[in-house]
Ligand binder design. Structure first.
Ligand code: ARG
Length: 274
C-alpha cells in the first residue's frame, strides 16, 4: 500500500426537507412496508443529526417546506438536479410522488433561478443522476426513463454516462453508487448490468468496490464533500475503505428513513452553482 492521499473538502450547498409528514403509507420499492411501525420522532432526530453535520462542516443548507400528503418529500434529492445553477426538475415515475416536482419547481423559481426546465421524460433527480466533475452518471432500469439521459445531456451540455440498474432493491443509482470527488466513486458492482460494470471499471479503475453488506446497509447512499463522508454506520467495510483512502467517514444511524428505502444521499439535494 502506498501513501494515504490527502483529501480536501469544498464548500457545498444542500437542500433538505424536514420529515414533518414522513410516513410509510404506500410501497413503491421493496424496502417499504406500510404495516411496519416507524418512529417519527426518531426519524426527525436522525435527519437533524445529518443537517447538523453539514452545518458543522461549514456547508450551506437550505430548506424546502414539507407538504402534507407527500410523505416521501423528505427525500429532497429526488426533486431536481442542479448543475451550474441550471435546474432540471424531476418527473416522478409514481403518481404518489408527482406533486413533489411542483414544489421543487416553485422553490427554485421563487428564488430567482431563471433556467428551470420541466422535463419531458421521467427522471427522479439525483436519485438517478450523479454529477461527477464535468460529466454526469445517469441510472435507468427502474425509475428514470433512458430518454431522460438525452434530455440531461442537452440541457446541461455535459457528457452523460448511462448506467443500467438490474436489482430492484437498488432501484435508484444513488442506492448503488456515490461520487467521492471529481474522479473517484464507490459502487456495488452487482447492482449493475454486465455492460455498465465494464463502463464503470474503465472510467474508475481506482473505485471503491462495496460489498453486498455495505449495499444492504445503504452505505452507498452517502454524501461526500471531498473529505467528509456521511454514511450509514452499519456499512463497516465501506467505512474502513474510506478511511484507508484518506476520507473522514461520519457514521450515522438511519433506521427510520431506511423503512422508506432511503438514507443519507436521498435526503440531500446538492445545489451546484456555476
Ligand atoms: N420511498 C422513496 C421512493 O421509493 C424513497 C426515495 C429514496 N431516494 C433516493 N434518492 N434514492 O421513491
Amino acid at each position: 500500500m502506498g501513501e494515504t492521499p490527502r483529501r480536501t473538502a469544498t464548500k457545498r450547498h444542500y437542500l433538505m426537507c424536514r420529515p414533518t409528514h414522513f410516513e410509510v403509507t404506500y410501497a413503491i420499492n421493496p424496502w417499504m412496508n406500510p404495516d411496519k411501525p416507524m418512529d417519527a420522532g426518531l426519524a426527525l432526530a436522525q435527519w437533524e443529526r445529518i443537517r447538523d453535520l453539514y452545518l458543522g462542516f461549514g456547508h450551506e443548507v437550505s430548506f424546502i417546506d414539507p407538504v402534507p400528503g407527500l410523505p416521501d418529500m423528505v427525500f429532497s434529492a429526488n426533486g431536481a438536479t442542479v448543475v451550474d445553477g441550471k435546474v432540471l426538475i424531476a418527473k416522478f415515475r409514481h403518481q404518489e410522488r408527482a406533486a413533489e416536482a411542483d414544489a421543487h419547481r416553485a422553490w427554485f423559481e421563487d428564488r430567482g433561478y431563471t433556467e428551470v426546465r420541466v422535463p419531458r421524460y421521467v427522471n427522479e433527480g439525483e436519485g438517478d443522476f450523479a454529477p461527477a466533475g464535468r460529466r454526469i452518471l445517469a441510472g435507468a432500469g427502474f425509475r428514470s426513463d433512458p430518454g431522460a439521459h438525452e434530455e440531461l445531456r442537452e440541457f446541461f451540455g455535459l457528457p452523460v454516462v448511462g448506467l443500467t440498474l438490474t436489482d430492484p432493491r437498488f432501484y435508484h443509482l444513488d442506492t448503488a453508487l456515490f461520487v467521492l470527488d471529481e474522479d473517484l466513486v464507490a459502487y456495488y458492482p452487482a447492482a449493475f448490468s454486465e455492460e455498465s460494470r465494464e463502463v464503470l471499471r474503465e472510467l474508475y479503475p481506482d473505485a471503491i468496490l462495496a460489498t453486498r453488506e455495505d449495499a444492504d446497509a445503504f452505505g452507498l447512499n452517502a454524501v461526500s464533500d471531498g473529505l467528509n463522508v456521511v454514511v450509514t454506520e452499519t456499512a463497516t467495510h465501506l467505512i474502513d475503505e474510506l478511511r484507508a483512502r484518506g476520507f473522514e467517514p461520519h457514521g450515522v444511524d438511519m433506521s427510520e428513513l431506511l423503512k422508506a428505502g432511503g438514507a443519507v444521499k436521498c435526503i440531500t439535494q446538492e445545489i451546484r452553482r456555476p
